[in-house]
Design a protein around this ligand. Structure first.
Ligand SMILES: Nc1ncnc2c1ncn2[C@@H]1O[C@H](COP(=O)(O)OP(=O)(O)OP(=O)(O)O)[C@@H](O)[C@H]1O
Length: 204
C-alpha cells in the first residue's frame, strides 16, 4: 500500500501547491490523476517518488517511510529521457537497473538491436520505451506514469497501456497522470482531480 498523509507543499515564494493532500493506492490499482496545467500533478508525482520533500505530511510504503535510494516507487515523465546518461549505450542504461527478459522487451516494444546504440541514436518515442523498461524492474511496486505515453503514436500508446494494465493485474500499483481524459477513463479503476491544492474524485 502506498499512502500520502496530509501533504503540504509549495515552492519558495510561490503559492502553496498541495494543501493537506492524502490518498491511498493499493497494489494492482490504476489511479488516474488529472487537473489543470500547472496545478501540481508532476510535483505530487515527484514527492511520491522521493525527489521532493513535502513541508508537512508523509509518504508511506507499507506503513513506513521508504529509505533513500529504494526502487519500490518509480517516477517516469516525458523529460525522463533527458535524464539518461548520453555517454552510455542503451544496453548498459537498462542493465544498470535490471535485466529484462525478451517477453518484457517485446511487450514494451524495445528491441535488443538498440542495445549497442547511444540515446541520441534512437527516436524520442523509442527512448521513452527504454526509460519505461528500466523503471519496471522486479523491485518496482508502484509506478508514477506522468504523461508517459503522450509522445507515442496511438498504436504504441495502446500497446504500452495494455502492458501496464497487465502488470497492474500482477500487482503493480500505478498513479497515471494525464490530460487525456479518454485514456484515464479507459485504464483507471478510480480517478482524482487535483485543483487548488486539493484532490477530489471524478464522478462516473
Ligand atoms: N522547481 C520549481 N521551482 C518553482 N516552481 C516550480 C518548480 N517546478 C514547478 N514549479 C511550478 O509549480 C507549479 C506546478 O507545476 P507542475 O509541473 O507540478 O504542474 P502540472 O500540474 O504537472 O502541470 P502540467 O499539466 O502543465 O504538466 C507550476 O506553476 C510550476 O511552474
Amino acid at each position: 500500500m502506498l499512502e500520502l498523509r496530509r501533504l503540504d507543499f509549495g515552492f519558495a515564494k510561490a503559492r502553496p501547491i498541495l494543501d493537506g493532500v492524502s490518498l491511498a493506492l493499493g497494489q494492482g490499482e490504476i489511479l488516474g490523476l488529472s487537473g489543470p496545467s500547472g496545478t501540481g500533478k508532476s510535483t505530487l508525482g515527484r514527492i511520491v517518488a522521493g525527489y521532493l520533500k513535502p513541508q508537512k505530511g508523509e509518504v508511506l510504503l507499507d506503513g513506513t517511510a521508504p529509505s533513500a535510494g529504494h526502487r519500490g516507487i518509480q517516477y517516469i515523465h516525458q523529460s525522463s529521457i533527458f535524464a539518461v546518461n548520453p555517454r552510455w549505450r542503451l544496453g548498459r542504461i537498462i542493465a544498470e537497473a535490471w535485466q529484462p527478459d525478451d517477453l518484457t522487451l517485446d511487450a514494451i516494444g524495445v528491441s535488443r538491436s538498440w542495445f549497442d546504440r547511444y540515446p541520441h541514436e534512437i527516436s524520442g518515442g523509442e527512448l521513452q520505451r527504454v526509460v519505461l523498461v528500466r523503471a519496471l524492474g522486479p523491485e518496482t511496486r508502484f509506478l508514477v506514469a506522468d504523461e508517459v505515453s503522450a509522445m507515442l503514436d496511438p498504436i504504441t500508446q495502446v500497446e504500452i497501456w495494455s502492458f501496464l494494465t497487465e502488470r497492474s493485474r500482477q500487482g503493480l500499483g500505478i498513479l497515471a497522470i494525464s490530460h487525456d481524459a479518454a485514456l484515464l477513463k479507459r485504464v483507471s479503476s478510480r480517478q482524482l482531480v487535483l485543483a487548488k491544492g486539493q484532490l477530489r474524485p471524478v464522478e462516473g
